[in-house]
Design a binder for this molecule. Structure first.
Ligand SMILES: NC(=O)C1=CN([C@@H]2O[C@H](COP(=O)(O)OP(=O)(O)OC[C@H]3O[C@@H](n4cnc5c(N)ncnc54)[C@H](OP(=O)(O)O)[C@@H]3O)[C@@H](O)[C@H]2O)C=CC1
Ligand SMILES: CC(=O)C(=O)O
Ligand SMILES: [Mg+2]
Length: 415
């Protein structure tokens, strides 16, 4: 067993199995405490909520509570390993919600027979939470699941692998293009992968200015083109009218490579075919499409990002989901709409251009972080993400009509 593997297993096992627990927010020591917390006192908020459903936000933890729900069909880049194998990742998302946004999150792993089964399970419990973060659900089912749940539920439903990834990718890519002296509307983009993350990333990039015809998407069978007859409706939107069939053909003279597919699928020779000053986001977890040390040995004019914490430029949805939910829940948003997503893109993007506080440098274990090829996007432990992104999202929720209440007074005022 490698040293890192043992450390990771020990981290999860010791001293208490798992990464999260529940703590009490009220005293529960005396008979009086118990009479208030449980019988007979608990009957009072029950009556209040029955009379006025909005009182659930006043008397329960709902307004600060997120469900992280998976069926384990696309666990990171490890594949369909089932609901129980997804539990460490879902607990990990709960850890990140709490650590970065102060949100309580509970993981729920659903054993299901059919997509409808899964949809019904989530729809039937969604109201217990302020919002639902869907996680690691494979395409194309994830699209139908999210759309059905948005239609049925009163709280925000957000498939993180789609939209969290897309928001962070767009923020990082806009900055990387700026540094490389390129513009999104002109950029030739290759997207390896045509699943949850890929489709959502490319759709959001188009909303940010990318041209659909400049995007070449590939799945496990190669380039997605108009003569293929095996495309689902989501892939079909990216069918390119081209004779090119291979990664090597489409990556030639490309400005951008986005990998949301699997490990080690991009070779140094492929990289050498790209245009000058290229951008490579090898975002597959835990193992990227190409390792940064291999990529940077092949090209020195490259901006390189991965989904991992142990390299510079971590393009990972952790930069988004804690903060977009924080902002959404704080104004009791009914949904997370495009205005809120684009506000998050801009807030994440602009933060990378500001001086980095000493505490962030220390947590990152570096002396300096300055907007440039090695720092295109903020670090997850930057406390300003919480204030900036959540505030931008909450404001967008209010102005777009998704919020049920106004922005709280002095919301996310920075000291
Ligand atoms: N950094 C980040 O924040 C995030 C990274 N990811 C990473 O993205 C990857 C995909 O996740 P997700 O979209 O949720 O999963 P999905 O299962 O929805 O999609 C996987 C996609 O990868 C494609 N694929 C698999 N093997 C190959 C190959 N050899 N060549 C080209 N395409 C291939 C599949 O092709 P086909 O359609 O033919 O089956 C499918 O389109 C994972 O590695 C995950 O870790 C995901 C979310 C966030
Ligand atoms: C980061 C993430 O959500 C994934 O790799 O699936
Ligand atoms: Mg995921």
């Amino acid at each position: 067993m490698t040293d890192f593997r043992k450390q990771a297993l020990d981290y999860h096992a010791l001293p208490t199995p798992g990464k999260i627990s529940i703590e009490l927010t009220k005293p529960a020591e005396t008979s009086k405490d118990l009479a208030l917390a449980y019988s007979p006192g608990v009957a009072e908020p029950v009556r209040a909520i029955a009379e006025n459903p909005d009182d659930v936000y006043k008397y329960t933890a709902k307004g600060n509570l997120v469900a992280v729900i998976s069926n384990g069909t696309a666990i990171l880049g490890l594949g369909n390993l089932g609901p129980m194998a997804s539990k460490p990742v879902m607990e990990g998302k709960a850890l990140l919600f709490k650590r970065f946004a102060g949100l309580d999150a509970i993981d729920i792993e659903v054993t299901h027979r059919t997509t409808q089964d899964f949809i019904n399970t989530v729809a039937n419990i969604a109201d217990s939470f302020g919002g639902v973060n869907l996680e690691d659900i494979k395409a194309p089912e994830c699209f139908e699941i999210e759309q059905a749940l948005i239609a049925r539920c009163e709280v925000p439903i957000f498939h993180d692998d789609q939209h969290g990834t897309a928001i962070v990718t767009a923020a990082g890519l806009l900055n990387a293009l700026e540094i490389q002296g390129k513009r999104l509307p002109k950029a030739k983009i290759v997207c390896l992968g045509a699943g949850a993350a890929a489709i959502a990333c490319m759709e959001l990039l188009i909303k940010c200015g990318a041209q659909r015809e400049n995007i070449y998407m590939l799945d496990s069978k190669g380039v997605i083109h108009t003569r293929r007859e095996d495309l689902n409706e989501y892939k079909a939107l990216f069918a390119n009218n081209t004779d090119k069939r291979t990664l090597q053909e489409v990556i030639t003279e490309a400005d951008v490579f986005v990998g949301v597919s699997g490990p080690n699928l991009l070779s140094p020779d492929d990289l050498k075919l790209m245009a000058e000053n290229p951008i490579v986001f090898a975002c597959s977890n835990p193992d990227p499409e190409i390792k940064p040390e291999i990529a940077l040995a092949a090209r020195d004019d490259l901006i390189m990002a991965t989904g991992r914490s142990d390299y510079p430029n971590q393009v990972n949805n952790v930069l988004c989901f804690p903060f977009i939910f924080r902002g959404a829940l704080d104004v009791r948003a009914k949904a997370i709409n495009d205005e809120m997503k684009l506000a998050a893109v801009e807030a994440i993007r602009q933060l990378a251009k500001e001086p980095v506080p000493a505490e962030v440098l220390q947590a990152a274990g570096v002396d300096k972080l300055e907007f440039g090829a090695q720092y295109i996007i903020p670090k997850p432990m930057d406390p300003r993400l919480r204030t900036r992104v959540s505030k931008a999202v909450a404001i967008a929720a209010v102005s777009s009509g998704a919020a049920r209440i106004d922005l709280p007074k002095n919301y996310m005022a920075e000291s």
